[in-house]
Design a protein around this ligand. Structure first.
Ligand code: PLP
Length: 394
């Protein structure tokens, strides 16, 4: 069948492909643990589910305004006001199908063909495809494990050209868990804005930052540059609501209206029931969020200690999200020459599914998710450790 050039160029998500491979091996009777997951293993808090049930019972099942019901948009604005001192209102927010659709909408509304987008690497798998779909050109800017995979202003500036239009910052980062302090984030965003760039800050993991590190947001600087900064967030990771598809964006009213226009011709409003659930999440108790954060921090500490013990492996200590991104390239040899081969080897030998760093723009590394219970996590890490010893001996 003849498909468009646009879709032919789009690669399937590497993480989803890997999970499918692991599933296939399971079906063949192999015992496989997946550390390739990108979602919390906790259930959505009960009060959020109750709000959704109530919405159904009350017949809140019809179309809503495209950018979301105003009560929810105001609650989203309240999040940015309360947590980061943004001076925004409901009209500065739009609710979309996950942070992913917010990013899609933003790039579609900001980019013209050939515009360059600076993308600190390693980057989240979907950014290059989202940029390409909007006609843009992704320009990766390499960061190093020794610097916690963080970018500095000088590194950023060397990559700005007269075609550069947008900088995408993701903090805490998927896949590295690297996280900027408020000062570092402000310095990067301000430098980009001074150069006339638009800054998209993807802060989907901002509730998963582990003390003593503190959450940081571009929402504060947005007050000064509302036409050059947009912040993306959502409930998938903070409230364990990946399947509900609730993402939101803080942006200038004109950009919000443009995104709303685009969304009106594609998906329209997000599910009405999910909107009521989101409202309950944003305006109700955050106790569960704190509890999940504490559990993730414990797992981070545990997993990081284990990985530190693997010979030939260098790992930056993640400050947030739920991933480790160890550099394993010193172990590569003729039979295991890259991150893809190493992940295939670990899948077969250790029965553990991981995502190759190449999918995130860094072939030196592999991504380990610690979003699963401690016992399984411990078993998986021990299996990887043992299998890696075999690679070292080869
Ligand atoms: N941004 C990053 C960095 C992510 O890791 C993810 C999900 O994995 C998203 C955005 C999209 O999240 P959502 O499920 O809200 O679309």
């Amino acid at each position: 069948m003849e498909l468009s050039k646009r879709i032919t160029g789009v690669k399937p998500s590497a993480t989803l492909t890997l999970n499918a491979q692991a599933q296939q091996l399971r079906e063949q009777g192999h015992e496989i643990i997946s550390l390739a997951v990108g979602e919390p293993d906790f259930p959505t808090p009960a009060h959020v589910c109750a709000a959704a049930k109530e919405a159904i019972d009350q017949g809140f099942t019809r179309y809503t305004p495209v950018p979301g019901i105003m009560e929810l948009r105001e609650a989203v604005a309240g999040y940015f006001v309360h947590n980061y001192g943004a001076r925004c209102e409901g009209k500065n927010t739009i609710v979309s199908n996950g942070g992913k659709q917010c990013l899609y909408n933003l790039l579609q509304c900001l980019l013209n063909p050939g515009d360059e987008v600076l993308l600190p690497a390693p980057y989240w798998v979907s950014y290059p495809a989202l940029i390409e779909l909007a006609g843009g050109v992704a320009v990766p800017v390499q960061t190093e494990p020794e610097q916690g995979f963080l970018l500095n202003v000088e590194q950023l500036m060397t990559r700005v050209t007269d075609r550069t239009k947008v900088l995408v910052l993701n903090t805490p980062s998927n896949p590295t868990g690297g996280h900027y302090t408020q000062e570092q984030l402000d310095a990067l965003a301000r430098a980009a804005v001074d150069k006339g760039l638009f800054v998209i800050a993807d802060e989907i993991y901002d509730q998963l930052v582990y003390p003593p590190a503190k959450p940081a947001s571009a929402a504060t600087l947005w007050n000064e540059f509302p036409e050059q900064i947009a912040v993306v967030n959502g409930l998938a990771k903070s409230f364990a609501m990946t399947g509900w598809r609730v993402g939101y964006c803080l942006a200038h009213e004109d950009l919000v209206n443009a995104m709303s226009r685009l969304q009106s011709q594609s998906s329209s409003n997000i599910c009405s029931v999910a909107q009521k659930a989101a409202l309950a999440a944003l305006t109700g108790s955050w106790e569960e969020v704190s509890r999940m954060r504490a559990a993730f921090q414990k797992r981070r500490d545990f997993a990081f200690d284990k990985v530190q013990g693997w010979a030939g492996v260098v790992c930056a200590k993640p400050q947030g999200a739920f991933y480790l991104f160890p550099k394993v390239s010193d172990l590569y040899n003729a039979t295991v020459p890259d991150s893809g081969a190493l992940c295939s080897f670990l899948l077969e030998k250790a029965g553990v599914a991981l995502v190759p760093g190449a999918a995130f723009g860094d072939d030196r590394c592999i991504r380990i998710s610690y979003a699963l219970d401690e016992k399984t996590l411990a078993a998986a890490l021990d299996k990887i450790g043992l299998a890696l010893q075999e690679v070292v001996q080869k």
